[in-house]
Ligand binder design. Structure first.
Ligand code: ADP
Ligand code: MG
Length: 700
């Protein structure tokens, strides 16, 4: 053996420089990182099904006899080989793409276990790309859970499995190779397993139960470290004297008078909270939580205006370029329309080097007093001038440390006086049940906007299966003819062999073929250049595009009041909270809006989950139902991608662990100088390491 956790993975057998490069792409450089590279799912071979039991769109194993020869068809570069197999209950078609050698393999009369996804074709079923297993191979795999890692091209599951197994083997032999960070007292109290058991249980579980046990322990550990980190931030942010005390000026009043609407009661209260903070004795540290469409942006505008009127600079950061540009335009529009003393600049990654230099110059000299942008705002090169307020929008998209880095921007360095801290405001639409929010938002004061502006009509929802698709398209057409616009969301960007999920590229083509030619249908996805994405969003915003087929890149924040239809394909693949965010893209204007969830699965469970959205437009209620509907068995089923992505823990599924970790965190930090006690040594070291390595946790 003779390696330790901090060694590069090239110390392992079978991993050379080339493979190491591939691992690095997934953030795995050291042995420790490899151990913490968790599977995204598990593969378990299905029990044998009879042909008569097959259902559309699911995976099965069928024990069948080959009952025909293999016929071959060529279309372009594609070779399609087709054969028939049967069991005593019926016949099944097998189809293979670009596997011409299958002709020599499949022998008429031979018995195989065929494993693959089946589709209904006419009266029967076709299994696509089946994997062929001998009876012995099938028996060997039965009942086992094989880890499936989130991989990059060029690396296969086998290679990762082998490497991980090697480390686990070594760890079992060599005590202390993988140190235990949880003191035994805590583990016993909470009934958690040890670190080795957890790691081997998460990578190579004997069965579901072991995997669940492992996940619980690892989730607890992750939460605990997160909470200890938050606690530190809280201690250092608490009661910092207000370095930028402000006075209320006439500008904010004038702005409010001029707006075409009146603030709702909740918005008014939040504005009073903000005003109280910024004019008060202590620096603001406030989270504004409000469901999608509740009107958070105008509150940000007010706070930024107050800052500018007092002669200071303010900055607002958004997670995507599309959203940053939109905020910039909104604020610039306000400044012009109401003659406000705001001089905004936009700073994003897609500016040219020259443009960036000019913007940096304006920021540093104080030529502008409002900076709007993306992550580019927290880069080292940006030096602010009297920065008194930083706002993070859609802050669940940023890490806790990014948020912290932003608030440090005014002070220059970590060590400098606390007295220079700018006011901090973060905005989020993540509806988190109150009990969990209290724990997760530990370092912030919270203002909540519960009511939506009046005059909004509730969005009408429907959950339907794929058979309804063409009717949904007709509906889109009808809305467009009435002058409205529509979004269609697909989970994937392009077609792939591994997935049957709808993809943006093909879907756009299909829509163009199925809707009248004069409708303007365009696509948008994350692989496009930022400038191209901006152009498309601008065109959509200006009404030059009727239907935008997109991945979830449009999920956060975008405001297009004329869009009234949100159609989501493979809705079963998204988390409820994420679907709710997507739905929030419509229903923002005066028109009746609609959300069509297309359920691509036949499972009752998927239907039950989606029905929650069908019956409620209340984000908090939805989050709570989501929590209730998930059992521990769903483990990796549906992740709320983009929302609170811890490495392994999921605040909804592992809510029990979050509460236990919170309790433990309280008990630990209540002890005088706990970091120096021997039982917490490894934990304190881990904490130091994660600070030093800049390991981030999701913002909430
Ligand atoms: P979110 O909270 O999701 O960020 P936005 O700030 O984008 O929501 O607001 C959504 C829309 O509601 C915007 O067009 C905004 O101008 C409008 N709006 C905000 N507050 C009010 C209000 N009190 N009355 C009517 N419309 C409002
Ligand atoms: Mg917003």
């Amino acid at each position: 053996m003779g390696f330790c956790l901090t060694d590069k993975i090239t110390v392992l057998k079978g991993i050379g420089e080339k493979t190491a490069v591939l691992f690095r792409r997934m953030g795995v450089e050291t042995v420790e990182e490899l151990l913490r590279f968790y599977p995204r799912d598990y593969d378990r071979i299905e029990e044998i099904s009879r042909v008569a039991e097959l259902r559309d769109n699911s995976r099965f194993v069928v024990r069948g006899t080959v009952c025909s020869g293999v016929s071959e068809r060529k279309t372009g570069r594609l070779t399609l080989s087709v054969a028939q197999a049967a069991d005593e209950s019926g016949k099944l078609q097998l189809s293979f793409f670009n596997m011409p050698y299958i002709r020599g393999t499949l022998k008429k009369g031979a018995v195989y276990y065929f494993r693959g996804k089946v589709h209904r074709k006419g009266n029967g079923f076709t299994m696509e790309q089946p994997v062929l297993l001998s009876p012995a191979e099938y028996e060997k795999q039965r009942g086992k859970l094989l880890p499936v890692y989130p991989l990059t091209n060029g690396l296969n599951q086998k290679a990762v499995r082998k490497a991980v197994a090697q480390v686990l083997e070594a760890a079992k032999k060599e005590e202390g190779l993988v140190p235990e960070v949880l003191p035994s007292l805590i583990r016993e109290e909470q009934g958690l397993c040890g670190v080795l058991e957890a790691l081997s249980g998460i990578h190579f579980p004997e069965g579901q139960e072991e995997m669940i046990r492992a996940k619980k322990r690892l989730a607890f550990e992750e939460f605990l470290v997160f909470l200890l980190l938050i606690r530190k931030m809280k201690d250092s942010a608490e009661a910092v004297p207000n370095a930028f005390p402000m006075l209320e000026t006439a500008d904010t009043g004038r702005f409010l008078e001029g707006l075409p609407f009146r603030l709702t009661k909740d918005q008014e209260q939040v504005w009073r909270d903000i005003l109280g903070d910024m004019t008060g004795s202590y620096t603001m540290n406030r989270l504004v939580q409000g469901d999608v469409g509740s009107g958070k942006t105008v509150l940000a505008a007010l706070a930024l205006l107050l800052t500018a009127s007092n002669g200071y600079q303010g900055a607002m950061m958004a997670p995507t370029e599309v959203l940053a540009v939109q905020h910039f335009q909104t604020l610039q529009g306000y400044a012009k329309k109401y003659k406000l003393p705001l001089r905004p600049v936009l700073l994003t990654g897609s500016l040219s080097a020259k443009e960036k230099r000019e913007v940096y110059e304006q920021i540093e000299s104080g030529g502008c007093n409002l900076v709007v942008g993306t992550h580019a705002l927290i880069q080292e090169k940006v030096n602010y001038h009297k920065l008194a307020l930083v706002i993070t929008d859609e802050q669940h998209r940023f890490g806790v440390r990014q948020r912290e880095a932003f608030s440090r921007k005014g002070t220059g360095s970590e060590e400098e006086e606390k007295g220079q801290m700018p006011h901090v405001m973060v905005m989020s639409a993540t509806p988190i049940p109150r009990t969990l929010a209290m724990i997760l938002y530990g370092d912030l004061h919270v203002s909540v906007i519960r009511q939506l502006p009046t005059g909004r009509q509730a969005i009408k929802n429907c959950v339907v299966d794929t058979g309804w698709r063409s009717r949904a398209w007709r509906f889109l057409e009808k809305e467009i003819r009435a002058g409205r616009q529509a979004f269609v969301i697909c989970p994937m960007i392009e077609a792939s062999e591994e997935s049957d999920l709808e993809n943006v590229e093909e879907y756009t083509e299909t829509l163009r073929a199925n809707l009248p030619e004069d409708l303007r249908i365009e696509m948008l996805h994350g692989k496009m250049k930022p400038a191209e994405k901006n152009r498309l969003m601008d065109a959509f915003g200006a009404g030059m595009i009727d239907v935008l087929v997109s991945t979830t890149v449009i999920e956060v924040g975008v405001n297009i009041p004329n869009a009234t239809v949100m159609m989501i394909e493979n809705a079963e693949r998204f988390g409820l909270a994420q679907l709710h965010q997507l739905r929030g893209r419509v229903g923002r204007g005066e028109y009746q809006s609609y959300c069509i969830f297309i359920n691509g699965s036949e499972s009752d469970k998927a239907k039950e989950r989606l029905e929650v959205l069908n019956h409620s437009n209340d984000g908090f209620y939805i989050a709570e139902q989501d929590l209730k509907l998930r059992g521990p068995g769903d483990m990796f089923g549906v992740r709320q991608s983009g929302i609170l992505n811890f490495r392994i823990a999921d605040i909804y599924q592992d809510a029990d662990m979050l509460m236990l970790a919170d309790k433990a965190c309280g008990e630990i930090t209540a002890q005088e100088a706990w970091e120096e006690k021997p039982e917490y040594r490894e934990l304190a070291l881990l904490l130091q390491r994660s600070v030093r390595n800049n390991i981030d946790f999701p913002g909430i």
